[in-house]
Design a protein around this ligand. Structure first.
Ligand SMILES: Nc1nc2c(ncn2[C@@H]2O[C@H](COP(=O)(O)OP(=O)(O)OP(=O)(O)O)[C@@H](O)[C@H]2O)c(=O)[nH]1
Ligand SMILES: [Mg+2]
Length: 287
């Protein structure tokens, strides 16, 4: 299975992002705290150029705290402003605003020195599909102004939103990059829901996820699905056990392993199997 997802709307979004960048003072790079390196766009340096950049590690409620701490330390060593965020609850969003303002302060001072009237800071929010860009904007506004959803590819156009007299944010469509060179990273993107389920062989993603969970986190599976250790080595058998526990039956009393697989995938994505950090800094990945 090769995972690849770069539909036409993403190529178009890349072009729009490059055009809009001229108007922007700061770029907020939203990363998924569960997979900070897999969710980082490898061409972002090229896209962003010299613009000030703030990293926001989002969905930290779904990531392991020790992993998030390691990523915070990493970004501090490379002197990049970084914020821990939960766009859904709003935790960390005030700190993000402060960071954005300070990242833009140099530019604002230059404008003031030229006698240009103070204006709102303009920040663009960039990130992979489904990472929480639109949720962040809604949270900051305190209202469901832009559309969000639990699948990738919800935002299609870009939209400037006035957050306050001091800040305007540009919501952008989630983008991946033309070639997912690192297929392990691509798997993590698919498993966490950044790649459309329709664009992958979902069964393969589920089997690989299950193998990862069985190897690294067997106790989470035994606890959640009331299974006994040791777990079967064959993933099909393991899915059948999950299916039996959850009453996934086809007619004739056959266990519906496909349904069982989707349950595991959804519960992994929702945090019901616990918090996961699948990437650590310095390529010290968890799988
Ligand atoms: N658990 C958790 N879920 C979040 C968080 N932030 C966003 N979400 C969920 O993630 C999903 C995607 O959110 P969106 O805001 O639509 O993501 P997006 O980055 O705008 O996605 P695209 O427009 O498709 O690029 C939604 O189901 C949100 O509820 C968070 O901090 N924690
Ligand atoms: Mg969106």
């Amino acid at each position: 299975m090769t995972i690849h997802w770069f539909p036409g709307h993403m190529a178009k979004a890349h072009r729009m992002i490059r055009e809009q960048l001229k108007l922007v003072d700061v770029v907020v790079e939203l990363l998924d705290a569960r997979i900070p390196s897999s969710s980082a766009n490898p061409i972002i340096d090229d896209i962003v150029g010299e613009k000030p950049r703030v990293v926001a590690l989002n969905k930290t409620d779904l990531a392991e705290p020790f992993g998030t701490d390691q990523w915070l330390a990493y970004y501090r060593t490379i002197n990049r402003p970084v914020v821990v965020l939960e766009a859904l609850s709003g935790k960390g969003s005030k700190e993000l605003i402060t960071r954005v303002a300070s990242a833009a302060s140099g530019k604002m001072e230059k404008l003031a020195a030229k006698g240009i009237r103070p204006r709102a800071v303009r920040a663009m929010i960039l990130g992979i599909p489904n990472v929480g860009k639109s949720s962040l904007i809604n949270r900051l506004l305190g209202a469901a102004t832009v559309r969000t959803g639990d699948k990738p590819g919800v935002t299609r156009g870009q939209q400037w939103i006035k957050i306050s007299k001091n800040l305007e944010l540009l919501d952008t469509p989630g983008v991946l990059w033309p070639k997912l060179e690192d297929q392990e990273a691509a798997f993590r993107l698919a498993a966490t829901g950044a790649i459309s389920d329709e664009a992958v062989v979902l069964e393969d993603v589920i089997l690989k996820l299950l193998a990862l969970l069985a190897m690294k986190y067997p106790e989470r599976l035994t606890e959640r699905y009331c299974l006994e250790q040791p777990l079967p080595e064959e993933m099909g058998e393991l899915l059948a056990l999950v299916g039996a526990r959850r009453g996934c039956m086809r007619s004739g009393g056959v266990i519906d392993v496909e349904k069982a697989g989707r349950i595991v995938l959804n519960e992994f994505r929702d945090g019901k199997l616990g918090r996961f950090t699948l990437d650590l800094p310095n390529n010290n990945k968890m799988t």
